[in-house]
Design a protein around this ligand. Structure first.
Ligand code: MN
Length: 250
């Protein structure tokens, strides 16, 4: 039996899910889920993760919000360009309009109440879009001079440090993980174009693509384009981001 221990309450952190179809069985229902690396990184940093299903039901979202101490916007689908006032301009993206709606409701709550927010990959892009920023819809076709930002998966692994990002030493991200350039993975085909209102860039790839953002003056509103949740076990510097986030939620 699990004995209930009288300990200090740990912060409850919502992690947004994606809608995933089981590709081996076409008859399988769609699954709401998220990579376990997010869950493990939050637990390792001292938080209590809660997976948030995709829903636009206002009462359900409001109930989650009443319970949560922080919000982790996780990676996944492309944000539909209508969210930043554009039409799709190339190959049809991997869109999930329901997830856009659901996550924008959660993010709106977090921003209005100054709750800690950590955006990862799509989550970073969503934070920028919420603040009025825009995205490059496809790096490869729209910015052919740029590097391949979807390279890590070609190694069949997200544990990859071959991409070096430089940091603004004055940024909060640099406080959390140190100001020296940091090796990380790359698993994105879209990128930030215009920064949203009040949003600062805090890290860049060698080709100038924005790799991290933050909203100064907030309790904690930080986004990273790479997937550090896959790297915390092998690169202690990246653990600093999750520790800082969970601490801000506590
Ligand atoms: Mn990149």
């Amino acid at each position: 039996m699990l004995e209930v221990m009288a300990t200090t309450k740990k912060p409850l952190i919502g992690i947004t899910c994606g809608e995933v179809r089981n590709k081996t069985h076409p008859w399988s229902p769609v699954v709401h889920g998220q990579s376990r690396t997010y869950v493990r990184s939050i637990i390792a940093a001292g938080g209590v993760p809660v997976l948030l299903p995709v829903t636009a039901n206002a009462e359900v979202v409001a109930t989650y919000c009443s319970l949560l101490d922080g919000l982790l916007l996780a990676g996944g689908n492309d944000i539909h360009p209508s969210a930043y006032g554009q039409a799709p301009d190339g190959e049809p993206g991997d869109y999930s309009p329901g997830r856009d709606t659901s996550e924008l409701m959660l993010l709106d709550w977090a921003m209005r109440n100054d709750k800690p927010i950590l955006g990862i990959c799509r989550g970073m892009q969503l934070l920028n879009v919420y603040c009025g920023g825009t995205l490059h819809q496809d790096i490869k076709s729209r910015l052919p001079d740029k590097a391949d930002h979807n390279a890590s998966t070609k190694l069949q692994s997200l544990i990859d440090f071959s991409h070096l990002h430089s940091l603004d030493p004055a940024s909060r991200l640099a406080q959390f993980i140190g100001p020296e350039p940091i090796g990380t993975n790359e698993h994105h085909h879209q990128a930030i174009d215009e920064l949203g209102q009040g949003v600062s860039a805090s890290a860049w790839a060698a080709d100038g693509i924005i790799e991290a953002i933050e909203v100064p003056g907030r309790a904690f509103a930080v986004g990273v384009q790479s997937h550090p949740e896959s790297l915390t076990k092998v690169m202690p510097r990246w653990k600093g981001l999750f520790t800082a986030f969970v601490t801000a939620c506590g």
